[in-house]
Design a binder for this molecule. Sequence first.
Ligand code: NAD
Length: 432
Amino acid sequence: MNVCVIGTGYVGLVTGVVFADLGNEVICVDNDEKKIETLKNGIPTIYEPGLEEMMHRNMQDARLFFSTNIGEAVRKSEAIFIAVGTPPKDNGETDLSYVENVAREIALNIDRYKIIVNKSTVPIGTGDIVREIIEKNKKGNVDFDVVSNPEFLKEGTAINDTLYPERIVIGAPNKHVAMKLLELYAPLERLMLITDVASAEMIKYASNAFLATKISFINVIANICEKAGADISLVVKGMGYDSRIGASFLQAGLGFGGSCFPKDAQSLVHTAQKFGENFNILEEVIKENDKRVNRFVERIAEKYDTLEGKTFGVLGLAFKPNTDDLREAKSIKVINSLLEKKAKIKAYDPVAMENAKKIIPNITYCKNAYEAAEKADGLIIITEWNEFKFLNLDKVKKLMKNPIIFDGRNIYDPNKLKRLGFRYISIGRKEV
Ligand code: NAD
């Protein structure tokens, strides 16, 4: 099938590359000329394991193209995927302006029947909005369908998630277009669910909001464990053995960040209000999440007479491991809060430092974790990159001025850290 993907970010690029790998001819479109130029030169604009190799293979086989020319891409394609950003407005509502702009551009260029697929995360009713915009702006009597096909990939494992999704949701207005999408995804041989458009739109928000709820829930349990002397890792183990609960998304820590959960939770609260419903549970989930960083920084501050002039090594800047994405990353909030208290920061992240320099320029960036630990008054773990789990902790201890570790992700065993001579403060577990 001839496909174009409009918006070549984390979702659009991975989707386009995988569609090409399945044998389709794909044009990835973006209005960011620099991004397209970089991609045309074979350089991925995001860090995502496995992406570069798959991208090169499909560019060489002439199945994958990059362009800023949306008109040409639309005219050449049978299916047009919209994968632009849907950021939050100040009131939590989803800003649909990028999606609406793309819809207008599609309308000006459709010359025959097209399938327009919303892959961006968009609130219930957006399919109708896109349809109305195209209907109003199209030239001539061309037919089209608007489908919702929400994306569930996770940054850091995006290629794998796209090749082996647990489910593919296709919200289609009629059987014909549903069959077309089924055909496109058939080579993946994964479970597919056909729904109406509104239900597909809701599935995405309900899924993210539910996962966010699990995270805030376990974080509150961790708060209680800290005070009551219980161990959250054992509590989660015990809960997770119950197949009705499961252990995934029950890691206590600094809360959920990234470009999806915070905005999607807010958006769903807003949608509920729009339909005259309260979503108090989700509002509390967001509030709990917002408290995580302050609580953590307060626990750090408690351990010093003053933070002024103290140096902290910070390990991990990306919002989660295996990505270079810093959107809503806890690192930014923790670091800014420590800087406000006049502490000094030496940070290290395996891949996110170039992006971080644009957002937090006034700190020292280190070439590895050991350099970040050197002469530090404390070491703070923000992102649970695998390499941090396997540091030579003896070496870390010798390098540090004061061997105290604040672990926002519970990557170490407290007993081991105690044995090695560290003071170790983690989440939902006894301080040692
Ligand atoms: P992103 O910001 O990485 O990428 C969006 C891209 O769209 C940018 O490159 C931007 O330049 C481009 N763009 C904006 N307006 C355009 C236009 N008029 N024409 C062409 N290109 C345009 O965003 P993302 O993280 O890929 O997210 C895209 C959507 O997918 C969002 O709705 C998001 O909620 C959803 N989503 C994201 C993830 C994720 O992990 N990032 C997972 C699932 C769903």
